[in-house]
Structure formats: C-alpha cells, structure tokens
Design a binder for this molecule. Structure first.
Ligand code: GAL
Length: 706
C-alpha cells in the first residue's frame, strides 16, 4: 500500500484544540441511553470538553448486527470517538449518482447513543472501481509514465479536474447529510496525502504556476541560473517536471515542491469549502499527516484546517522519545496549538521489515507521552482487522473472532485514565521558551544535495532538540517567520534556505534581545534555492560578525575543543572566521585535514541585549549536551519541572490557573522521583511529594498557579 511505502521511506478527546474550534463532548456521566438513538436531535449538542480515546472503525466491513457488540466493547474501553468512512466510497455511492448514507447514519447514531462521537472521513483516498473505469483520466500517472490502477488506494490524480468534481460531490453530499448531526464532531479530509501525478495536464499546470510565480521568463531564467547547461527557457511550455531522481535544477526542484504543496492545498480546499458550507461551525476540519514525511509543505496545507493531526507509527523497534516527541512538537507547530493523534499503532504494524510489538505498558506510555507534548486525542488504528484486504496482519484491539486481544485491557486502562485526567488537562497546552526553527525548503534543499550521504536534516534537528528538551523540558518547533518574541532562545539547525522575510524576522528577534543559534548549513541559499552571494549565514553574517569560510564533508569525525569540552564533529565541519569585533570563539577544530586544524568551529556575538551564535560542527552527543547547557544557561532558561532521572521524560501543559506535568518513565527500570513541590497526583487522586514509576510508568501531576 502506498502509505506503508511512504512510512518506510520517511517515517483524547479534545482538550484545547477541539475546544478552540468549538468541539464539545459530553462527559461520561451524561451519556445517552444505551439504545441506538432514533433521532440524533435528541443528543446533547454541547457539553464540557474532555480528553479522548478513539479508534478507526469500519462499519461498512461488517454486518449491522455486529455493530452493537463492537460499540459495547468500545464503550467498555472508554473509547469516546470513532473515525469512520474514509475508505467507504463504494459503500456510500455504489454506482454513479446512487447514494446510500443510511447505514452510515445508523452507525453514527448507534455510536453516539453510547457517547461515542464520530470524526467523518471523506472517502477520496479510495475511489470506487466504477469511477476509475468510467473516468480513467482521474488516475494518477507515475513518474515513469505508467498509470496507476485500481486494486489498492491513492490511485487518483490530485490535480485532475474531473476527480476534483467527483470528490467535491461526495464531500458535499456527506456534509449535507451529516453537517448538523450532533454526534459528528469533525471531519478528516481524504487520508494521508502523498502520491502525486506526472501527467501532461499537471505539467501544463506547473508551467502556468511558474508564470504566476515568476511573472517573466527572464526573471525565472535569472533566478534559476539557467545559463548553466543551456537550460535557458524561451517559452513556458519548455519547462519540464524534474525531480531529484532526474537531477533537476535546484530552483526547479523547489518550485515543483511548491506547486505540489499548493495543489494539495487546493485539492483539500475543494472539499473543505463545501463541508464548511453545509456543516455546523462546531465541527472541526482536519486531515491526518505523517510526521516528518516531506512530500509537501505542511505549513501550506494546515493553514486552512482547524487543527493538525498526525498518524504516529513506530513501525519497527520501540518508542524513541526524542524523535516521537519532536514529531509531536512539529505537528503542534503547524497551527501553534494542540493537535490530534488521529492514528497510532495498537501494538504492531504490518508494513515494516520486522513488525515487532511494543512492550506491555509501552502503548499506554506512548499515548501519555503524546499527551504531554500537546495531543488532545489518541486514536488507535484500527479496531478490528477486515477479514481480507491488504492489512490482515496489522495490530488491532479485537481479534479476528471479534473478542478483545490482550492489548485491549491496556488501552481500556488508558481510556479510563484519560477520562480521569480530562478535567485537569482541559484547556491546557505546552508552551516553551525555546524554539527550534524548521522549514520544508531547507530540509528539501539539504536532502537534494546532502554532500555527505549520511547528512539527514531530521537527524540534525534532533541532535539539537534532544539535549535542549532534556534541559528545558519543552521545545516548540516553528517556522522562522513565526512570532518569536515569546522565546528566550531560538535555534535554527540547518536553516539552509533563508528567505528575506525569515532573515528580517531573525534579525529583529536578536535586536530585540533574543538569542539566535544557527546550526551548520544555515543561511547558504536564497528562496530560489540559489547560493547566497554572501558566505553563510548570508544576510545574518553582519549581525554575527563572522562567516563560514569553507565547508567540509567529513570521512571521519574531527576532534573539537573549547568551552564545550573535547568532543568530535561528525560528518560535517564548517571553518568559521570572525569578521567583526565582539565575536568570540567557543570551539575550535583539532588536528584533522589541515584546512580545519585550529580553526573556529563555533562563534558567538553579543548584540545589544541579544546574542547570535553559529555552530559549524555537527557535534557528537557529549558536545551537543554541553552546547545545550551553555545555550540554556546564557539564555536564562529554567527547566519546566526540575531534575528527573535520565530516561524519564517530563512535559508541561499550562492552563489559565494551573500547570499539568506529564511524566513518562522510558528508562527501562523503576524510578522514584522526588517532586520539586507538593503536587496533585491526578491519576491516583492524592497529594504527592514523590512518585514511583515502574518501567513505562506514567504520572500526571497538577499544580495550581500561585
Ligand atoms: C495509515 C493509514 C491507515 C492504515 C495504517 C496502517 O498510514 O492511514 O489507513 O493503513 O496506516 O499502519
């Protein structure tokens, strides 16, 4: 399945996010009667918001007589929402123009009668066979010119006008039918946007897009430096779609990604507008994203959505707190507010090379880890496996016989705890004094020309994120054009493509007293992915009072010494130079290739009340830990909670009058944690001065503001 391939390549209910978009869910005690509601209008339309456990449910795959048993089992597991419908087009419209939504309404209402609310998926990631047969032009063309076929999913062409018309039609009919259903709390458009098309119409649209963006061919030719290799274009229709596999011009590659992102945005808007037209404003609209998947710019897509959501799959191995936490923070940064885990793995997946299970207790710990980072909903994919189909081996909560698997009990415990913690967590969200900057153009640009095949921009970001989170106990990940004044420390690892707007925002930030730390490869390119005419960090070098003299891809680690102790630079080293008074050297390279020997590797300069630092080495873990200590100390960043043993992660969520700390023990052994002050242990329902955490143990602690 395509999404599994993507995952391999890259890879509660609603507290504040939902509340902020008007979602309201009845508390358990207010659940409606156990019997299916005859009329949905009898459901409570508004009620206090709460945290929510959910699952993906596919009623279309089962006889109606089974639904009641499923819903009863969900209710027993404290499941508060189901995501339904996202692949059910052939059931909703069995033949062209013949619609059947009665079954869906029945499923929604039966769930609602048990206090289980619905997120409705539009089914456009899986068009029916009659559609592709009648309108073959809606099929995607692969890069090699072959057309996609029926039999899998995501075979549609996201740019095709006929497909847009059909997608809008089904979304509009769903919205007309369910836009006022009190049990429907929100919408998911499509499912995991990913595959694009390389057909003739898409190419013509790309050329038109370029015309709109660059206005004249002279401008495009200049900005892409097409004099190189005789690429100069004299007609818009000469411009190809080139991808990195085709060794495309860097300016063209970036433009292609921009139009891919814009096309996904208007693909989504095509459905979003029609849902908005018919649905109550209380129903949120989202889509499920895929973490670090970089097929399109997620900031572009999410600007039209009410909330961001992602599908959190570990795949092979176990929860990596740094990577997973950063992915949560990335998703939180798209809209700078709490987010949903729309899908996560109940134990194991089916698409990795070794589909091991998460350990006993790890599924629950992972969910609480997500919640600590700002997740307001956790949804398990899926409830029960279809008896046939591509994903028979995927983890579920029920077995093929329709009865609970061992993991069900752990998820039930989680659901119970989420309900218990909901009053404390409602209206809270993470907030940090540290931001890490991230842009898709920079990540793409580095990935297209890694220069050292091991140079992974996500890993570069994580090398800063990990030690900073360990000290500050919270990190935001945002774009460089976001408002930055709330941050004492802003760190930009690999901000390779630096737009004028971003440079301006960063300069203003330092001038207003902030501390900006640039990581290796920052400020090398302009917004056309062309080299800046100043050496790195380009427009920021004047402020830095220094620059990158030269960069080196390393065969072997190079020694470093200085304020951050002796460590090594991995795979990459930039030789820095001081150009202005006031700049100081923090680290130097030791003996290596001659070019680097004794030269500066990290420099810093005070600018008024602000500061700018440049780190040109990819330091090892020990070096990064020291650098993070220095960055946070000089920027006066206190830990959100206080000392915790290594392997215990703590995250804070702030409300109007109290803070909630979520502690998760991933250290492998039991831990006793002395609390910095007395706090309320929310899950145990008592005051505490210390907590005992088993391996994978969790504590949720609440403290009123003074
Ligand atoms: C997701 C997808 C689901 C299911 C799941 C399996 O990517 O949205 O439909 O395929 O993966 O891990």
């Amino acid at each position: 399945m395509p999404s599994a391939i993507w995952k391999n390549v890259c890879r509660l209910l609603c507290v504040s996010a939902a509340a902020s978009v008007g979602v309201a869910l009845p508390m358990l005690a207010q659940r409606a009667a156990q019997k299916p509601a005859a009329a949905p209008a009898s459901a409570p339309a508004t009620a206090p918001a709460t945290l929510g456990l959910g699952t993906a449910w596919y009623p279309e795959q089962w006889p109606e007589s089974r639904w009641e048993t499923d819903l009863d089992l969900m209710q027993k597991a404290h499941i508060r929402w189901v995501r339904v419908g996202e692949f059910a087009w052939s059931r909703m419209e069995p033949s062209e123009g013949q619609y059947d939504f009665d079954w869906l309404e029945k499923a929604i209402n039966e769930a609602g009668a048990r206090g289980i609310y619905t997120v409705l998926g539009t089914p456009t990631a899986a068009p029916p066979a009659w559609l592709t047969q009648k309108y073959p032009e809606t099929l995607r063309t692969n890069e090699d010119g072959r057309k996609a076929e029926h039999g899998n999913r995501q075979q549609f062409n996201w740019d095709n006008p006929k497909y847009r018309e059909l997608a809008r039609d089904i979304a509009s009919r769903m919205a007309q039918r369910f836009g006022h259903n009190p049990y429907v709390i929100g919408w998911q458009i499509d499912n995991e946007y990913a595959a694009v098309s390389f057909d003739a119409q898409t190419k013509a649209d790309f050329q038109q897009w370029l015309k709109g963006y660059y206005k004249t061919l002279d401008n495009l030719n200049a900005r892409w430096t097409t004099a190189y290799w005789s690429q100069t274009y004299s007609n818009w229709n000469q411009i190809p779609i080139e991808t990195v596999g085709g060794n495309g011009n860097p300016g063209l590659l970036l433009s292609w990604k921009r139009i891919v992102s814009d096309t996904w945005r208007n693909y989504q808007k095509n459905q979003l507008d029609v849902i908005r037209q018919y649905a109550d404003p209380r129903q949120f609209i989202t889509t499920n994203l895929m973490g670090w998947f970089d097929g399109f710019d997620h900031y572009t897509i999410t600007q039209d959505l009410d909330l961001a959501a992602w599908d959190d799959y570990v795949g092979m191995g176990h929860l990596d707190a740094v990577r997973n936490g950063a992915t949560d923070d990335l998703t939180r940064g798209f809209k700078r507010k709490n987010f949903w885990i729309m899908e996560t793995q109940p134990g194991h997946v089916n698409w990795h090379t070794v589909n091991n299970d998460l350990d006993k207790g790890e599924v629950r710990a992972m969910a609480w880890h997500n919640i600590g980072h700002g997740a307001d909903a956790i949804g398990y994919w899926q409830w029960r496996s279809a008896l046939n189909g591509q994903e028979e081996y995927h983890g579920t909560l029920l077995g093929a016989d329709g009865t609970p698997l061992p993991l069900y009990v752990e998820v039930q415990q989680l659901g119970h705890e989420m309900e218990k913690a909901a009053p404390a967590l409602t209206g809270t969200s993470p907030k940090s004094q540290v931001a890490i900057l991230h842009t898709y153009p920079s990540f793409w640009a580095i990935n297209w020309q890694r220069h050292n095949k091991y140079y992974d921009p996500v890993e570069e970001l994580l090398s800063y994120y990990g030690p900073l989170h360990a000290i500050a106990q919270s990190v935001d990940i945002v774009q460089p054009t976001a408002p930055l004044s709330q941050y004492k420390l802003v760190v930009a690892p690999g901000l390779n493509v630096l737009s004028d707007a971003a440079a301006k925002n960063l300069i203003a930030y330092v001038q207003q007293g902030g501390h900006l730390v640039l990581g290796q490869r920052a400020g090398m390119k302009d917004s056309d992915n062309a080299l800046q005419t100043e050496r790195q960090p380009g427009p920021l070098s004047d402020l830095l009072g220094g620059r990158v003299e030269a960069y080196y891809a390393l065969e072997h680690p190079v020694p470093l010494e200085g304020d951050w102790g002796a460590n090594t630079s991995q795979m990459w080293a930039e030789r820095l130079q001081i150009t202005k008074p006031g700049a100081e050297i923090l680290e130097r390279y030791g003996k290596s290739n001659g070019w680097l020997d004794g030269e500066p590797a990290a420099i810093t300069r005070k600018v008024g009340k602000g500061r700018i630092t440049y780190i040109g080495a990819w330091m090892d873990e020990a070096g990064m830990a020291k650098a993070a200590e220095w960055m946070t100390a000089i920027s006066h960043i206190p830990p959100a909670f206080g000392p915790v043993p290594k392997g215990v992660e703590v995250n804070a969520r702030y409300g109007a009058d109290h803070t909630v700390f979520v502690l998760v023990n991933l250290s492998g052994v039991a831990q006793t944690i002395a609390l910095p002050r007395h706090m309320r242990d929310v899950l145990r329902g008592e005051e505490a001065s210390s907590v005992e955490l088993t391996n994978y143990g969790v504590a949720v602690l609440s403290e009123p503001h003074k």
